[in-house]
Design a protein around this ligand. Structure first.
Ligand SMILES: *[C@@H]1O[C@H](CO)[C@@H](O)[C@H](O)[C@H]1NC(C)=O
Length: 243
């Protein structure tokens, strides 16, 4: 039997057993090392890796089961201290290790949010800057049908970050950009309290800065629906840093 046919047969058998999965392929087009992090939501098991190193031009894949829901992001400016603690200048998950082990990204961090269908139906995905920005990234379905648009924040928002939102690295350059909610913790920026619904929480002058740079990405809690994308038929996904 041809190898292709054999592989198809194995895949079909796995599907019959209900062991579907989607492949996430991470690629780093940044001119510096990025450490991707993964967080599974809703108390489900973590992926086979919750964090790893990705050199410039490097690529690495992970499988996610049907029905998986969670967040993917990149960490930058990471190092290991003399006492063995791994920490990152941006996107840190505060686990002290390269793997995040169920810990999420400390904001401000650009996030990919993905919910895979449990039955080959519709996947939902978006890029979120609700908690701010650290790295440009994109998410592109591979295969699938219906919608399946790529979404991204491919601009370096750090270069236009208002000074009051900027997070600076040790060399004084802007390495991440807080959302106004994160920076000022005001109900009107965070859409909390009496601002806790879409009608009473319009975009702010700060969220408009993010939206202007990255129109496809969520810029604040009640950003319009144009930021959520769908794709059916069990696509794989490419996640690219500095697309
Ligand atoms: C946003 O508006 C506030 C006043 O409400 C002002 O202090 C601030 O400079 C403005 N920021 C930008 C980026 O326009």
């Amino acid at each position: 039997m041809e190898i292709q046919a054999l592989l198809s047969l194995i895949l079909l058998s796995l599907c019959a057993l209900g062991v579907h999965s989607a492949t996430f392929t991470f690629t780093n087009n940044c001119p510096f090392t990025v450490w991707p992090g993964t967080l599974t939501g809703a108390g489900k098991p973590q992926l086979s890796s919750t964090g790893f190193e990705l050199a410039p031009q490097g690529s690495s894949s992970l499988d996610a089961p049907d029905g998986w829901s969670g967040r993917l992001w990149g960490r930058s400016q990471c190092s290991t201290s003399s006492s063995g603690q791994f920490t990152c200048g941006t996107g840190d998950c505060a686990s002290g290790q390269i793997t995040c082990n169920g810990a999420g990204a400390v904001p401000p961090t650009s996030l990919v949010e993905l919910t895979l269908a449990s039955d080959g139906g519709q996947d939902f995905y978006d890029v979120s800057l609700v908690d701010g920005f650290n790295l440009p990234l994109s998410l592109t379905p591979q295969g699938g049908s219906g919608g399946c648009s790529s979404t991204s924040c491919s601009v370096n928002v750090n270069s236009v970050c208002p000074p009051e939102l900027a997070v600076k690295g040790s060399d004084g350059s802007v390495i991440a950009c807080k959302s106004a909610c994160l920076a000022f913790n005001r109900p009107d920026y965070c859409c909390t309290g009496s601002f806790g619904n879409p009608q009473s929480c319009p975009p702010s002058n700060y969220s408009k800065v993010f939206k202007g740079q990255c129109p496809q990405a969520y810029s604040y809690a009640y950003d319009d629906k144009s930021s959520t994308f769908t794709c059916s038929g069990r696509p794989n996904y490419a996640i690219t840093f500095c697309p």
